[in-house]
Design a protein around this ligand. Sequence first.
Ligand code: SF4
Ligand code: SF4
Length: 118
Amino acid sequence: MRLRLHELEALVRTRICRECDVRTAQGACALPEQESCKLFELFPLVAQAILATDSDDIEDYIRAIRENVCSVCLEQRLDGTCALRGQARCALDSYLAEIVEVIEEATGKTFRRENSKA
Ligand code: SF4
Ligand code: SF4
């Protein structure tokens, strides 16, 4: 099943923002004004990476995010490290397993999780 971009984003927002530590009790995103949520700033690339990956192994989705999203994110350094990722301050990285779960639910796929590091 292929979802439209806005449908996939709505599913991810509903699930991830609800669980995100950054969300206030009132339901608002509490990120500082100068700090954007990379999950949604880069969501077209996130969705593209996930939808372009046809695998039953969750590791392939994690790799696709790293290669296609983190690689173009301004937060990632030339050596591949990321301060936000290191400090668990990127929702895309922190909730990657859950994000893929949303895709799993939406597509009816079952991913193998035994090797997941997310
Ligand atoms: S940081 Fe991102 S995932 Fe978390 S509440 Fe804000 S918009 Fe949602
Ligand atoms: S983990 Fe770092 S490089 Fe990857 S999307 Fe998040 S902030 Fe950008």
